[in-house]
Design a protein around this ligand. Structure first.
Ligand SMILES: Nc1ncnc2c1ncn2[C@@H]1O[C@H](COP(=O)(O)OP(=O)(O)O)[C@@H](O)[C@H]1O
Ligand SMILES: [Mg+2]
Length: 249
């Protein structure tokens, strides 16, 4: 399979999880067509594959530079004419994981070696990176920005865990939260989830109080308006048994 991938360059230096690639060509097209597939060129953030015997090391492009080997800033003559054979294009890759025996895993067990060839990450490899074990239940949440690859996340691994969504104001956190739970409730597990689980949304901005949020209608959801400002007894959060509340002041 690897000899079908487009060869882009060769590892010329390794420094921990970063490695330098000397590129065979000066081209930095953003997309390349290879065996009929449109693949993302080596732009910052995109995936590339480092081939090391039976193992494919998956890395992303961290930086890119073009260096003139003959004319430097220290040149006396400042003869900066472009000279094809004096220009080198070097990209830095950051190791992310490994494809071994057709499975992707995040590990730094393998380190690129000088001389390893770097190829475009194929569609088949991207599938292995993003996808799931065969038959695993998943929800579709969108496409990756750089590769346009569909992103499916495994229901069991994702929701039976602790999750945080981080980002600047306006970067899409609230939207992502809604999308993730909307797709969970749209899955074939909807009725069994609603039968056996309770979901509490603590919403400081009133973003999720609309009628159709999470596509859960009013028979399955209740909005409590909690207000500490008024002295009248307001609505209370329903809690089974007891929990502890710690106030620090
Ligand atoms: N995936 C997306 N595609 C297009 N627009 C989006 C997406 N996610 C968020 N937005 C838009 O960006 C703006 C900010 O999103 P929001 O989820 O409120 O961000 P945050 O909660 O991080 O401040 C909103 O106008 C929203 O409609
Ligand atoms: Mg928000």
């Amino acid at each position: 399979m690897t000899n079908l991938s487009k060869k882009l360059g060769v590892i010329v230096g390794v420094d921990g999880s970063l490695s330098q690639v000397g590129m065979y060509s000066m081209s930095n097209d953003s997309q390349l067509i290879w065996y009929g597939e449109v693949l993302t060129g080596p732009k910052i953030g995109a995936f590339l594959t480092i081939n090391q015997n039976d193992v494919r090391i998956i890395a992303t492009v961290a930086s890119e530079k073009v260096v003139d080997q003959q004319n430097t800033v220290r040149s006396v003559e400042f003869d900066n004419r472009f000279h094809k054979n004096s220009i080198n294009r070097v990209i830095t890759l950051k190791t992310k994981g490994v494809i071994e025996k057709n499975k992707f895993q995040i590990t730094s067990q393998y380190v690129p070696m000088v001389g390893n060839e770097v190829t475009l990450t194929t569609k088949e490899e991207l599938d292995l990176i993003f996808s799931l074990e065969p038959g695993e239940d998943s929800i579709y949440i969108g496409k990756s920005l750089l590769e346009g690859q569909p992103i499916n996340i495994p229901i069991n691994k994702f929701f039976a865990s602790h999750i945080g969504i981080f980002g600047n104001t306006g970067s899409g956190k609230s939207n992502t939260l809604h999308k993730v739970y909307l797709e969970l409730f749209r899955s074939r597990y909807r009725s069994s989830i609603l039968d056996s689980s309770q979901f509490f949304v603590i919403d400081f901005n009133g973003e999720y109080i609309g009628k159709d949020t999470f596509e859960i209608d009013e028979s399955n959801k209740k909005i409590f308006e909690i207000d500490t400002r008024s002295t009248e007894v307001g609505q209370k959060i329903p809690i089974k048994n007891h929990i502890y509340l710690i106030q620090i002041f």
